[in-house]
Design a protein around this ligand. Structure first.
Ligand code: IVH
Length: 695
């Protein structure tokens, strides 16, 4: 008995620890399915030994607490969680219980929605204006993240339609990050040697709980609606609407099944109608929402969606099955923790056990040594896995992993899985970075202690040159179609490529004699090489592979400096003047352009006929042709002067007074009287984010 009590206590502590890591630190150290195993075990023990059950147990509370670094917001209605299920049997039990509890209703149906793996937020609109946004926190009180939420593009700040008359509209949904944006952010973090996010959910959570909303704004977060807490109208408003009959509210009520109680509380006849109403009000709905009637139909959807889970642009970790009719939902009610009218079906874990055959090291374009694991093949969510990423040597040390160890791997969205932990150690210690470059035998070093990366710093390292060639010709760089790794490897072995500019000296015969090349393919490749000579400067800059300069930074630099000479002549201060350029990029670009080898590389490319200028974009000059703007309030992304420059560069005019002739009022913080005048005249008012999107 004491053992059981001890296990229960240990499990509670363990679960609380993981709750803290997940909800507060956005840095979990175990996967969701490992967490769920702990919760299930605790639930079972508390059920079998009710004498040890406690009201405070993490299985009875909504996990998470409102962190102290944000103001706290009390939710008007608790934000609950969902019960999880992992098998068809669990779903069958829930289905039968639901049908039984409702007394075999003939019209009962279910809605199945993908379960977005993000974080739950409540958006409170009053009279149609977004007033507060909060995280779920402990379900009763969350963190005030209003300013950060306002940077999420999918979330309207102002609602039109009849809902703007609602005294209170507490809408709930999931903030999430697309898988591709997650990869981009992690690449950027990696370049600046920061701590990467473990998965898109943590990236979304970490981005949303930033102290600086400008950082959140850059993270491309998105929002999907799933429920509402409360919708309420003033009693007088309802009575008037009923009297007037013609009111928009009444029209909408029939279309979306809106039901307004005497006390002003609103419901929808069906969840699907509520979602459709949200779409009508300017929110996005996710794909893959289905309606079902029978258990077999539910199973079909589960099977289908389990197969297709990777088709979503964002991570879904399961499905949510809900009773569709809101009157039946009300009849079923909630427990302390979760509604009885809904259940989450969690997809099977994408984890497997295998053994590390070998740890390989690869030299990247910038000389970074990247380890990866070769695995004993193992089947995982329908594919055979033979490799896993290991990111860097800090990760290897943290995992204490080495060749021969048995490991748990997980595939979360990305194609190549990662190693979660060592389950059986068959070797001593962890795998150490090589001392010498496997390609050129130069010494491998860590440039400074803050850096995670180990590098080969030999500028003539053949492995680096090979990676640089691959990057140079790639789609987002010089975009030379058909110039793949296989072609590069053959040309390298024939010693046809010694410097980048050699690409432009290649002849038809050089290609024609390669394996699998015919006349047409050789001709096409020569054409593609010639076409690449006229790429704009931003592509050339990206192709040159300047450390920390991604596509975006290359575009910004090219737009500002217009030609390569201007970049060679610029100093660090010139780079720092650019809004989008921080110290790391400015330093890296300055160092790059002061290297004599870079001058030689660029000169050789110029001699080969490669363009080194950036054309004026079409948008510049014409986008705001004939339009007039008024600027008011404090802008955070630009000074007023900079914003005016942007408008003028696109052909627009900036005027000081608001009149009917003005097309847009761009309003920042504390906008003053101009905004009132604009409202009075019906002139369109835009905020900084809207302006940024326009440009
Ligand atoms: S309905 C009372 N629908 O999953 C809570 N939740 O694990 C009803 N989630 O807290 C929520 N997608 O943050 C619902 N389509 C969906 C969802 C969804 C993701 C989240 C939500 C919830 C958590 C529970």
């Amino acid at each position: 008995m004491n053992d059981v009590k001890k296990r229960i206590d240990d499990l509670r502590k363990e679960i609380e620890k993981h709750n803290d890591l997940y909800y507060q630190k956005s840095a979990p150290i175990i996967s969701d399915s490992q967490y769920d195993v702990l919760v299930k075990e605790l639930e079972k023990l508390e059920k079998d030994y009710p004498e040890f059950a406690s009201k405070d147990s993490p299985v009875r509370k909504v996990a998470g607490v409102a962190s102290s670094s944000f103001a706290q917001v009390k939710h008007c209605v608790s934000m609950l969680s969902l019960d999880n299920s992992y098998s068809k049997e669990d779903i069958l039990k829930w289905y039968e219980r639901t049908v039984r509890n409702l007394g075999q209703k003939k019209d009962l149906n279910f809605i199945i929605e993908p379960k977005t793996d993000g974080l739950s937020v409540s958006l409170v609109y009053k009279k149609g204006i977004l007033e507060t946004a909060a995280t779920r926190g402990d379900g009763e009180t969350g963190e005030d993240i209003t300013e950060n939420i306002k940077t999420v593009f999918d979330i309207p700040h102002k609602l039109s339609s009849w809902i703007k008359d609602a005294d209170l509209f507490d809408l709930r949904g999931e903030v999430y990050m697309d898988k591709k944006d997650f990869d981009t952010i992690n690449e950027e973090i990696e370049k600046s040697s920061g701590q990467k996010f473990a998965n898109p959910r943590n990236a979304a959570s970490g981005s949303l709980r930033q102290k600086n909303p400008q950082i959140t704004a850059k993270r491309k977060l998105k929002f999907l609606v799933h429920t509402f807490g409360k919708i309420q109208f003033y009693r007088e408003f309802i009575l008037n609407s009923k009297k007037e009959k013609s009111n928009d509210l009444l029209n909408v009520s029939s279309k979306y099944g809106l039901q307004i109680r005497e006390n002003g509380d609103c419901f929808f006849a069906e969840q699907i109608q509520f979602l459709e109403f949200c779409r009508y009000s300017g929110f996005k709905l996710q794909n893959g929402i289905c309606l079902c009637k029978t258990y077999n139909e539910i199973l079909d959807v589960i099977e289908n969606m389990t197969q297709n889970r990777e088709d979503f642009a964002y991570e879904i970790d399961g499905l949510v099955i809900k009773v569709n009719q809101q009157s039946y939902q009300a009849q079923l009610g909630n427990t302390n923790k979760s509604p009885r009218w809904a259940i989450a079906y969690k997809f099977p874990a994408k984890q497997a056990l295998t053994k590390i055959k070998e740890i390989r090291t690869q030299i990247g374009r910038t000389g970074v040594v990247t380890p990866s694991a070769v695995l004993e093949p193992v089947a995982l969510s329908g594919v055979t896995i033979t490799h896993a990423t290991l990111h860097n040597f800090d990760e290897i040390e943290r995992l204490n992993v080495n060749e021969g160890d048995e490991v748990l791997i997980e595939r979360a969205g990305e194609v190549i899985p990662k190693i979660l932990k060592v389950v059986k150690k068959n070797s001593g210690g962890y795998f150490k970075p090589p001392q010498f470059c496997p390609s050129c035998n130069s010494k491998i070093i860590k440039e400074n202690e803050q850096e995670v990366a180990y590098r080969c710093i030999n500028p003539e390292c053949p492995a680096q040159f090979r990676r640089h060639l691959i990057h140079f010709v790639s789609r987002n760089a010089m975009d030379i179609d058909g110039f793949g790794d296989v072609v590069i490897d053959q040309l390298l072995s024939k010693k046809k490529l010694k410097i980048l500019a050699d690409i432009y000296a290649l002849t038809f015969d050089d290609f024609f004699e390669l394996e699998l090349f015919g006349q047409k393919k050789a001709d096409n490749l020569i054409d593609a090489i010639n076409a690449s000579k006229s790429r704009p400067l931003n592509k050339v800059l990206f192709a040159l592979g300047i450390r920390h300069v991604g596509q975006k930074a290359a575009e910004v630099l090219a737009k500002r400096f217009k030609n390569m000479d201007a970049l060679f002549n610029a100093g660090i201060d010139d780079f720092l003047k650019i809004n989008e350029v921080g110290e790391t990029i400015a330093q890296s670009v300055t160092d790059f352009f002061s290297e004599p080898e870079v001058r030689a590389t660029v000169d050789a490319l110029i001699s080969a006929g490669v363009n080194m200028t950036e054309p004026d974009s079409d948008l510049e000059g014409s986008q705001f042709e004939g339009m007039a703007f008024v600027l008011t309030g404090e802008l955070s992304k630009w000074t007023r002067e900079e914003a005016a420059e942007i408008i003028k560069a696109r052909g627009g005019k900036v005027i000081s007074a608001v009149s009917k002739k003005i097309d847009f009022v761009l309003a920042g913080e504390n906008p003053g009287q101009k905004i009132d005048k604009a409202k009075e005249l019906g002139v369109k008012i835009i905020n900084e984010n809207e302006f940024e999107n326009m440009i």
